[in-house]
Design a protein around this ligand. Structure first.
Ligand SMILES: NC(=O)C1=CN([C@@H]2O[C@H](COP(=O)(O)OP(=O)(O)OC[C@H]3O[C@@H](n4cnc5c(N)ncnc54)[C@H](OP(=O)(O)O)[C@@H]3O)[C@@H](O)[C@H]2O)C=CC1
Ligand SMILES: CC(=O)C(=O)O
Ligand SMILES: [Mg+2]
Length: 767
């Protein structure tokens, strides 16, 4: 890990609050009555029900959706025995992944105990708290004993993620890898480096999938696992001992079709790779440093297929593809354990998903990568929103078939639909946009230059630090060099002018004459004199940024962190103007709330838009949402509900609806309607039947700027920790986003990624 990334990781963990987790209450507690219900005396009712019938705990407590991620810190990633306290960041991380990818709540439990028997007692005693136990980073062979004992004793799923989560994903990658190179699982030779928790569980599952035991050669820190070896042996390892004189990894690599590394960084050498069979499949999965890096493999074997455990290379084989979803399925049917059949169902679901056509969401999100099934895409990406919809129902069904489901699901199709909703509500949608932006920067930096008009602002500087760390844009800052340098130092930021970003000094730039000349040419018939053009070009940074885009020196702009929207739009309009075919600008704001995504228009531009403008803005917003991989469902909002009022604003929305129906017959849109009808289909259906709008609307179109702006700010503030995206400027000829004075660092970063997507739109949509 380089020093910069290390520093970024530490900052991520420390700010704005230490750690990655907090507890959130699911019930309101705002008055005396709530207090009486939540606590004494009301809570006693829930206690008594559970005492009489323990199965009701799933109704009255959070247990049914609560998993304990439990470790004693004895084999943490590839870091070794670093102890339970140092393991806590990893366990918090697993908790975040459970929540983000599958909506599962987690308590991370770090236990200061290395004696496996005592560990078993402690964990077994936690059964009343949890719906499932995810064991994590406990060293082999203790982990085998602990898991077996807990599976016997506990009546909830116990799953050692490093064993079975890894095995499931490795199983899928091996099945798909062999399919790509045309080899059969019962004919290949496999060599491991590592004979610990992960490696042995992978081997057990691969044997289950058809790999003959005699074709497996296991090595660990003491070399080859052979019959008669006495050092570092245990019964689980002994099952794979071979009758052989070979003693070292290098001795068994000749002719190997598959290498499975679950040991430590740098163990596999180029000479060993050279000795492998044609088209070798190499899974170098040690974290954070793999047994060998892909570039080292390709130097000596261009015919190899590579997988690592890391995000920054293709084919990320990591148990994150499995554990959130296998628990989702198991919890939803109240499984009492996780059976081999549930694991195999998960393997098949992961493997099949990579072979399927890409969903719209994934295709639009990762469009710049080659994501058709093949050498660089053996298994799905962790942010593939289809994972939950595929794996969880497969696991739930296998649990029911195995007879371990205490709450069987009658209608699996309805269950899939319910999980689909989760995908859209989970707010993971920014991440793939970052991935595309990053790819654009790597491949076409010349069209990924974003100019930040307010380059001296603290939030902008902090955001640019993230932009540079993440590699999601080529930043250009407008600001005084001495001021920027001083502030970077004061805020402890690491970015440097020249190396990480270009700097435009508004007080002195050789191109000043060229800039004001262009501005004057563009505006001399709009009342701007030469003298005024000179003054404006020196003091208005949004104007300088717009001129840079106009002259091809930048590709996109982020501005507006001070002042009014109109102040900035004025210069954008003068220099960049409307996109061909557009008659108006509009502003769209998105909110990624915990349980829904909504976009609102027009929050910032048109004070009282006409019906034509509303129709045009709605259409531009819907198209922008489609580009983000979100299916737009538009509601035209009003104080009037489907014709209940004839006030001018209601009539205007009805006219806008007719225009939209003509302009965009493909768009799900209806109105005019109340806000509750928009967001709740059941309310809508009681008022009006036959709407072409189904489900929850996610594009809320307001009759005027007051309504849109007020609704947006109320929702944003009331929702607390939702992610805000916007305002997205609609209608401009080039990607420019005018933010607001309340823009946060996170919002600036999000908008930068969006701007890069826009500035590469021709390339992105051509691919
Ligand atoms: N990509 C993924 O999803 C996952 C990756 N992993 C990674 O796999 C690795 C092992 O994890 P886990 O099985 O949980 O840990 P364990 O401690 O249970 O096993 C580690 C194994 O690797 C062996 N080993 C350690 N150092 C070397 C070395 N230099 N050369 C050869 N063998 C060595 C150990 O041998 P001995 O016991 O003799 O010391 C042991 O057999 C870690 O790097 C971890 O990050 C784990 C789970 C999931
Ligand atoms: C991914 C994981 O669980 C590990 O490396 O330990
Ligand atoms: Mg682990």
């Amino acid at each position: 890990m380089d020093q910069r990334f290390r520093q970024a990781a530490l900052e991520y963990h420390e700010f704005p609050k230490p750690g990655k987790l907090q507890i959130a209450a699911t019930k309101s507690l705002v008055n005396q009555r709530d207090l009486a219900l939540a606590y004494s005396p009301g809570v006693a009712a829930a206690c008594e029900e559970i005492e009489q019938d323990p199965s009701t705990a799933v109704r009255y407590t959070a247990r049914g959706n609560l998993v304990g991620v439990v470790t004693n810190g004895t084999a943490v990633l590839g870091l070794g025995n670093i102890g339970p306290l140092a393991a806590k960041p990893v366990m918090e991380g697993k908790a975040v992944l459970f929540k983000k990818f599958a909506g599962i709540d987690v308590f991370d439990i770090e236990i200061n105990e290395t004696d496996p028997d005592k560990l078993i007692e402690i964990i077994a005693s936690l059964e009343p708290t949890f719906g499932g136990i995810n064991l994590e980073d406990i060293k082999a062979p203790d982990c085998f004993k602990v898991e077996r004992a807990l599976r016997d004793r506990m009546n909830i799923p116990v799953f050692h993620d490093d064993q079975h989560g890894t095995a499931i994903v490795v199983g899928a990658a091996v099945l798909n890898g062999l399919e790509v190179i045309g080899k059969k699982i019962d004919e290949v030779k496999l060599v491991t480096s590592g004979a610990g928790a992960a490696a042995l569980a992978c081997l057990d599952l691969l044997v289950e999938l058809g790999l003959p035991r005699k074709n497996i050669w296991v090595t660990d820190i003491d070399g080859v696992v052979f019959k008669g070896r006495e050092v570092g042996m245990d019964p689980d390892k002994a099952q794979y001992a071979q009758e052989t004189d070979a003693r070292k990894l290098a001795d068994v690599m000749a002719g190997a079709d598959v290498f499975l590394g679950l040991s430590a960084g740098g163990v596999l050498k180029q000479d060993m790779v050279k000795a492998m069979a044609p088209q070798p499949l190499i899974l170098a999965l040690a974290n954070p440093t793999p047994e060998i890096l892909p570039e080292q493999v390709y130097e000596v074997r261009s015919d190899a297929i590579m997988c690592t455990g890391r995000t920054d290379y293709p084919n990320q084989v990591n148990n994150v593809l499995c554990f959130p979803f296998i628990f989702r399925g198991a919890l939803d049917v109240g499984a009492t354990t996780i059976t081999k059949d549930m694991e195999i169902a998960a393997v098949r679901a992961v493997a099949e998903l990579a072979r399927k056509e890409q969903s719209d969401v994934v295709a639009s999100a990762y469009r710049t990568q080659n994501l058709s099934f093949g050498r660089e895409y053996l298994i799905p990406k962790p942010f593939d929103p289809r994972l939950i919809v595929h794996i969880a129902p497969a696991v739930a069904k296998a649990a029911m078939d195995s007879g371990v489901a205490t709450r069987p699901i009658e209608n699996l199709e309805a269950y899939k639909d319910q999980l689909q909703q989760f995908v859209y509500h989970s707010g993971t949608f920014m991440k793939p946009i970052f991935a595309v932006a990053k790819r654009c920067v790597q491949e076409t930096p010349q069209t990924s230059r974003v100019v930040f008009a307010e380059g001296e602002d603290e939030r902008v500087l902090r955001a640019v630090q993230v932009v540079v760390d993440e590699g999601i844009a080529k930043p250009i800052l407008i600001g005084r060099p001495a001021v920027i340098e001083r502030r970077l130092e004061r805020f402890g930021l690491r970015i440097k002018a020249g190396a990480d970003f270009d700097l435009i000094n508004p007080e002195y730039d050789e191109r000043y004459k060229e800039f004001w000349g262009t501005y004057y040419d563009l505006t001399k018939r709009k009342g701007v004199t030469e003298a005024y053009a000179k003054i404006e070009t020196r003091r208005r940074h949004t104007l300088i940024g717009s001129l840079m885009i106009h002259k091809g020196m930048a590709d996109a702009m982020i501005c507006g962190t001070f002042g009014t929207h109109a102040l900035h739009l004025h210069y954008v309009d003068q220099v960049i103007g409307l996109r061909t075919g557009c008659n108006t600008y509009g502003a769209m704001n998105g909110l990624m709330l915990p349980n829904r995504q909504v976009f609102l228009v027009d929050t910032h531009v048109n004070y009282d838009p006409t019906a034509d403008q509303i129709a045009e803005i709605t259409l531009m917003a819907a198209e922008e949402m489609l580009r983000l991989g979100i299916e737009p469902k538009a509601a035209l909002l009003s104080h009037s509900n489907f014709g209940s009022s004839n006030q001018p604003s209601a009539v205007k929305m009805r006219e806008a609806l007719q225009k939209l129906r003509d302009l965009a017959p493909w768009l799900q849109v209806d109105g005019e309607m109340h806000g509750d009808c928009a967001l709740d289909e059941s309310v809508r259906n009681t008022i009006f039947s036959g709407s072409n709008l189904t489900g929850e609307a996610n594009l809320l179109v307001c009759p005027n700027i007051d309504a849109a702006n007020i609704a947006y700010n109320l929702l944003k503030t009331a929702a607390g920790n939702g992610i805000a995206v916007g305002p997205v400027l609609l209608g401009a000829a080039k990607p420019v986003h005018i933010l607001t004075a309340s823009a946060t660092v996170r919002r600036i970063v999000n908008m930068t990624a969006l701007a890069v997507l826009d500035s590469n739109s021709e390339r992105v949509s051509a691919l």
